[in-house]
Design a protein around this ligand. Structure first.
Ligand SMILES: Cc1ncc(COP(=O)(O)O)c(C=O)c1O
Length: 425
């Protein structure tokens, strides 16, 4: 009783003092106080298994011991916390290691630009740079895309409910159907090829094509490798900048470090954020392919470009990528997720597995109502999972790559039980 009364009092404080823009705390009415590994703890002592991971910002879980220790050592050693874009030791360490350990082994000869504290800012930078580099303004994006909510990035985001709050025209971006959808494949790349070669179209060649190789907010859809290669070829032929938005799908979430790796395609610009800093600290990067860095000094400034603490945490997170136990755990976890959902089919439900991202599509089996029921059922039993997609009818499972196999399995079992209940209604 006391706990409920306390929560009601806390909620009242929020209701009167906090702007109406909030959303996650409405879906998950609890007051969180701490997190360790893949467990969140609320003020009333309730523990939640986290199948949400800060929408992909916590691929290594909460307060990962090794990462946290490096951050604490930096603080205790009076390491810099803020330095605008001066050179610093922490930045040099990150740049050197990210280049040597992540980019070079993947054949990526990209420069790194530090952007502001959000993924959105990296997308803004990418779109601006593509326009500056080509001297053109049109951009192609895809249905179902999510690239952020500032004016430039929002123009590339497809979600109408988000776009309509812009209060102004969001021009210069054309959305094509994403090549894979619930109703089968669209010949999008053929249409794009025709659009580019048709003399009668009278439409300028675009500056850029921006895409998520695995659409995450869109409902966990991967563009087929052949379509991505076709797109790369069209961009080469017409001098179009290919931008891969890896903000949610990257940092190991969907298999390799980057989601485009398996297609053998090299994007010109790559946006990275969310889990790059390891602990959920604000950090975003734009990776710029050789020959595409048309910036001049001061072209894209920002006070919080290059968070020193995030450099330290990001280096510690890179340590995990050379730790065999971490790699084995991540590989086994992805396999467990894939086989669990293959072994537990449900009528009318499509499950899409991409590493540690699972989309359980209820569009043709109960829709949003069923998805809402599953989210509520799981929350009441101590598991946090969210729904996404155009009609919020896709459950998106994003457990940390570090989650113990038995916790992963129990979480899936609970979601499966919740689905059986929701679909029988
Ligand atoms: C693919 C993608 N791009 C861009 C963004 C925007 O990042 P942020 O919310 O940090 O601004 C997101 C956020 O979810 C995302 O998933």
């Amino acid at each position: 009783m006391t706990v409920l009364a306390d929560l009601a009092t806390s909620t009242q404080v929020f209701e009167t003092r906090e702007s109406a823009v909030r959303s996650y705390c409405r879906a998950f009415p609890t007051l969180l106080t701490s997190g360790r590994g893949t467990t969140l703890v609320a003020e009333d002592g309730t523990e939640y298994t986290d199948f949400f991971s800060g929408a992909g910002a916590l691929n290594y879980g909460h307060n990962h011991d090794h990462i946290k220790r490096q951050v604490v050592a930096h603080l205790e050693g009076d390491g810099l916390l803020h330095a605008l874009d001066f050179h610093t030791a922490a930045k040099r360490e990150f740049l050197g290691r990210f280049g040597q350990e992540i980019l070079e082994p993947r054949g990526l000869r990209h420069r790194v630009q530090f952007c502001g504290s959000t993924g959105t800012d990296a997308v803004e930078a990418a779109l601006k740079l593509a326009r500056k580099h080509t001297g053109r303004s049109q951009v192609i994006a895809f249905s179902g895309a999510y690239h952020g909510v500032s004016r430039g990035s929002l123009a590339a985001t497809a979600d109408l409910s988000l776009r309509k709050v812009a209060g102004t025209a969001l021009g210069e971006v054309t959305h094509l159907p994403f090549p894979v959808g619930p109703r089968g494949s669209f010949p999008t790349m053929d249409l794009l090829e025709q659009y580019l070669t048709d003399d009668l179209s009278g439409v300028d060649v675009p500056a850029a094509v921006i895409l998520e190789v695995v659409q995450m907010e869109g409902g966990v859809y991967r563009i087929p490798d052949a379509d991505l290669r076709h797109l790369r070829d069209l961009c080469d032929r017409y001098g179009i900048v290919l931008i891969a938005d890896e903000i949610q799908a990257g940092c190991g979430r969907t298999g390799g470090f980057f989601s485009f790796e398996q297609a053998g395609v090299v994007p010109d610009l790559i946006t990275v954020s969310k889990s790059i800093s390891g602990l959920g600290l604000p950090m975003s990067l734009l990776l710029i392919r050789e020959g595409f860095d048309s910036w001049e000094a001061g072209d894209h400034p920002g006070t919080f470009r290059g968070n020193q603490l995030a450099f330290v945490a990001a280096c510690a997170a890179l340590d995990l990528w050379r730790n065999q136990a971490f790699l084995d755990r991540a590989r086994a976890g992805a396999e467990l997720l894939r086989t669990f959902w293959e072994d537990h089919p449900l009528p009318g439900v499509e499950v899409r597995s991409e590493g540690h991202a699972i989309g359980i599509d209820l569009t043709h089996a109960g829709g949003r109502r069923a998805a809402d029921d599953v989210v509520a059922h799981c929350f009441a039993r101590g598991l946090i999972v969210e729904s996404t997609g155009r009609d919020k009818a896709v459950l998106k499972l994003l457990p940390a790559l570090t989650m113990e196999p038995d916790v992963l399995r129990r979480g899936c079992e609970l979601i499966h039980e919740a689905l059986l209940t929701a679909l029988s209604r």
